[in-house]
Design a binder for this molecule. Structure first.
Ligand code: GRF
Length: 210
């Protein structure tokens, strides 16, 4: 059984999508912990409702990013994860932590990377006049949102669509994409370094891949 740790900061809807897929598809995986940097993250209560082990590692007042990362890294090492799945974890992880878990940290980002890294991706896409948008699952490396792409899925931006509508549609797409890619990693059908895979759906594109 491969050991999964999921890191969240907010609603945890991607974490829920992963948990549902794990149960439905009988993933060869053990949910070791859902960890959050925010004790009030709504996703933590949802994880508890599912009976998943949870933990909180909140930044201490005045704590540096490096010091926080060190505490987080020690907690992660104690959990011995095969995979660390970032699912709306809203902290930038530093290089020392990432190097301790090289090739094992996966993230989902709400844009077709390399387009629109960072925050407010839906607003960025609309302001840029993009006609397609989507989500990317990628390996985490020290450069932000720049690790090798494991999979993407995309949709057409509707004429006049607003940020709220676009965000909701991309989030629904994330809920299919992230479990699919993690399932393939667990089954050994996809290995980090294989290069990107696209969703086979009608509305997919390979146009933004590099
Ligand atoms: C998702 O859009 C994810 O891609 C981004 O933050 C959002 C988290 O949503 N990094 P949730 O907490 O999974 O509902």
């Amino acid at each position: 059984m491969q050991r999964l740790v999921v890191l969240i900061s907010g609603q945890g809807s991607n974490m829920l999508a992963l948990a549902e897929a794990a149960r439905r598809e009988r993933w060869p995986a053990q949910w070791v912990a859902v960890l959050s940097d925010k004790s009030q993250a709504p996703g933590l209560a949802k994880a508890r409702d599912l009976g998943l082990p949870t933990g909180v590692i909140e930044p201490l007042p005045g704590e540096s990013r490096l010091a926080y990362d060190e505490r987080l890294a020690q907690a992660l090492e104690a959990l011995a994860p095969d995979w660390i799945l970032l699912a709306g974890f809203m902290r930038i992880l530093g290089e020392p932590l990432i190097r301790r878990f090289t090739g094992r940290i996966i993230n989902i980002h709400p844009s077709l990377l390399p387009a629109f890294p960072g925050l407010h991706t839906h607003r960025q896409a609309l302001q840029a006049g993009a006609t397609r948008h989507g989500a990317t699952v990628h390996l985490v490396i020290p450069a932000l949102d720049a690790g090798p792409i494991l999979g993407q899925d995309s949709l057409s931006i509707a004429p006049g669509e607003d940020e709220r509508s676009l965000a909701a549609r991309v989030l629904a797409l994330e809920h299919r994409l992230y479990p699919r890619i993690v399932g393939e990693l667990l089954e050994g059908q996809l290995r980090p370094g294989d290069g990107p895979k696209q969703q086979g759906a009608r509305d997919s594109t390979v146009g933004a891949l590099t």
